[in-house]
Design a protein around this ligand. Structure first.
Ligand SMILES: [Fe+2]
Length: 276
């Protein structure tokens, strides 16, 4: 029986996602420590859960019109991050994909009339929001099959939520014990200055979001998401959060939560949360 066994809200900002930060403990600012340590804990948590597939929705895998689901059987490449080549450069990645699961997700979207595309191409490039959390923290062994899904600009929150539902339905059909990963910030009013925090008001709203998630108030959180995302200018309009909530609610499960950390990056708020 396939099932969504875990959900992760994770962080991809380059200050946290470099080999130096992850492995050598070199932090540009002491305020980054909590999130870095939280990401390490999140990786341990995922290793304990042992999913047999990861579906990841990164705010930096951006498509304009179609929802792209990457079913490439093997994701292999060398990543230099377009907007942070001084921090993330020449990162080799090589992890399996899951064509069957990706196809099943696309089948659901297509049947419901959504604009969507299945990628299955060794040259399909992955973004640092997908690659770095995975290879530095979540699955350093790079053994778990991964299905990247785009954040799609033409999709409103409702449509993103629906795609989260499709993910879980496909997971059931294909009998995977799968994890869903949302890779993105919560509040996201970016400013220059890596160590800068969100405003106290936006931090409070981020904490409210996390508390509701931890308390299992998923329906209420989904109802509040449009207002919250607009007020704090959530990364990518909160599309990754909507897909995460669609997956959670479709699963019908109430998860135990671990709030590993919260911290800043250039004015954004970043939560590291595991649900299992
Ligand atoms: Fe980002």
């Amino acid at each position: 029986m396939g099932e969504l066994i875990a959900v992760y809200l994770t962080v991809h900002t380059p200050r946290y996602c470099t080999y130096e930060t992850a492995f050598a403990g070199k932090l540009a600012h002491p305020d980054f420590r909590a999130v870095r340590d939280g990401l390490v804990e999140q990786g341990r948590q995922l290793a304990g859960v042992q999913p047999d597939a990861i579906v990841i929705n990164s705010c930096h895998l951006v498509a304009t019109f179609p929802t792209v689901v990457d079913g490439t059987p093997r994701h292999r490449g060398i990543l230099t991050a377009q907007e942070a080549p001084e921090l993330i450069h020449g990162v080799e990645y090589d992890f399996p994909g899951d064509y069957e699961l990706a196809s099943a997700i696309i089948d659901r979207g297509r049947a419901a009339g959504h604009v969507c595309t299945l990628a299955a191409d060794v040259h399909y490039p992955l973004d640092y929001g997908t690659v770095m959390p995975l290879v530095c923290y979540l699955d350093r062994t790079q053994r778990i099959p991964v299905v990247p899904v785009s954040v799609t600009l033409a999709n409103d929150l409702e449509e993103c939520f629906t795609w989260g539902q499709y993910v879980v339905r496909a997971v059931r059909e294909r009998r995977r014990r799968a994890a869903f990963v949302a890779s993105g910030s919560v509040s996201h009013k970016l400013v220059r200055g890596p160590e800068r925090w969100p405003s106290p008001e936006d931090q409070e709203l981020d904490h409210r979001f996390a508390r509701m998630l931890a308390d299992g108030e998923y329906e209420k959180l989904w109802a509040w998401l449009p207002e919250y995302a607009e007020t704090v200018e959530a990364e990518m309009g909160g599309r990754h959060l909507a897909m995460m909530l669609g997956a959670i609610l479709e699963s019908g499960r109430r998860f135990a939560a671990a709030l590993h950390a919260y911290g800043p990056s250039s004015g954004s708020g970043n939560y590291v949360i595991s649900l299992s």
